[in-house]
Design a protein around this ligand. Structure first.
Ligand code: PLP
Length: 394
């Protein structure tokens, strides 16, 4: 495609990155090959020295993976995308590619639990330290920055509390101090939010979630400028090898083709459930950016193209009542995964946030009476009946 600049996100989601082979296939093929052959020894030498572009080995590049990368980069408005074997390896590759011993990062406290573990337990072994701050306390972000800080890291909306951070404001703070702003855009996807447009330098994805959208494959991606990614970050991937498989890339690039309609439907269903829960006498509080009562509803409206599929709520009572509601469901899948066509239900305090001490959990606002839903694409009447079964009896 010659002029990607003028194409809309939905066209890019379906067309970007496709390079038809001589077979004239309409749907993109899966290049299930570990290596590539050369016409002769001279061509092999030119590829290995970097003098000639082209594939060498699928740990480095693969045509199906490249199609996924170009498609997602175009959708996020980034120059380059590097696909990885998981969302976690996307974060690891970004950090080890760009940072060195002695560097410091500042991160929102309200991020994916395993990312906290990576920053807290793994990176310090390599001399990289992290300071955690409150996602929406902008003074705290700025105060945490030291001369060694290289990178600011966040997710917005947060999970499970759905707090929304002003990406523009954090990009200004980052750039004022010569730091990079990295946004994990897993919950919104480029359909609902394009952090690069607001000044983010790097966008991270767990493709496992909405990009696949049907709970099949694990994968991740890093999107940013050519300058930032092409040497150190791609160099780390090439050498360390957290590469995406061609089969998974194919599943994800097919997922991108329907991402727009799915994200809209997830959002519509989630809003209906959030409103119903908000009116329910046994429900104390609902967390959903689409509700007018949400503290950052106005920011969500300007920064996002929709409110997403994640809804959390607190029931009257505590852990016993929350577990009762979860165990009374017949449709909801009891799993911590999200971004699936299948709605999922989880108890954050005893699953995703079980490692926190009671105090830390209190500080993070994760109460025993809280339930998190990832609202899927089933009929909302059925989902409501499924939740009402437990709610009616507490
Ligand atoms: C799931 C998730 C990750 C990790 O992705 P994996 O594909 O499971 O490695 C990172 N960030 C967020 C926000 C996630 O939800």
């Amino acid at each position: 495609m010659s002029d990607k600049q003028n194409l809309g996100t939905n066209t890019l989601a379906i067309r970007a990155g496709q390079l038809r082979t001589h077979e004239g296939e309409n749907s993109e093929p899966i290049f299930a090959t570990s290596s590539f052959v050369f016409k002769n020894a001279e061509e092999a030498a030119a590829r290995f020295s970097g003098d000639a572009p082209g594939n060498i080995y699928s740990r480095f590049t693969n045509p199906t993976v490249r199609t996924f990368e170009q498609r997602l980069a175009a959708m996020e408005g980034g120059e380059r995308c590097i696909a990885t074997s998981s969302g976690m390896s996307a974060i690891l590759t970004t950090c080890l590619g760009l940072l060195k011993a002695g560097d410091h990062l500042v991160s929102s406290r309200s991020i994916f639990g395993t990312t906290v573990g990576l920053f807290d337990n793994v990176l310090p072994k390599f001399g990289i330290e992290t300071t955690f701050v409150d996602l929406i306390d902008y003074d705290e972000w700025e105060k945490a920055i030291t001369p060694a800080t290289r990178l600011l890291f966040l997710e917005t909306p947060s999970n499970p509390l759905t707090e929304i951070a002003d990406i523009r404001r954090l990009a200004e703070i980052a750039h004022k101090h010569d730091c990079l702003l990295v946004v994990d855009n897993c919950l919104c996807t480029p359909i609902l939010q394009k952090p690069i447009e607001y000044g983010a330098d790097i966008v991270i994805h767990s493709a496992t979630k909405y990009l696949d959208g049907q709970g099949r494959c694990v994968g991740g991606a890093i999107i940013g400028s050519d300058d930032l990614l092409k040497e150190d970050v791609f160099g780390f991937l090439r050498t360390a090898g957290p590469t995406m498989s061609p089969f998974n890339a194919w599943v994800f690039l097919k997922g991108l083709e329907t991402l727009n309609v799915r994200m809209k439907a997830h959002g519509e269903n989630a809003l209906l459930l959030a409103q119903w829960l908000d009116d329910h006498e046994k429900v104390e509080k609902v967390y959903y950016p689409g509700l007018q009562s949400h503290p950052q509803h106005e920011l969500a409206k300007t920064q996002q193209n929709g409110f997403g599929g994640l809804v959390s709520f607190e029931v009257q009572g505590g852990q016993k009542e929350a577990w009762h509601i979860i165990d009374s469901t017949e449709l909801f899948s009891i799993t911590a995964n999200l971004g699936d066509t299948k709605s999922t239900i989880t108890h954050p305090a005893t699953t995703t946030h079980h490692r926190l001490t009671d105090e830390q959990r209190e500080e993070a606002g994760i109460k025993q009476e809280m339930i998190r839903l990832s609202v899927g694409l089933e009929d909302t009447d059925d989902l409501i009946r499924d939740l009402e079964r437990g709610l009616a009896r507490i």
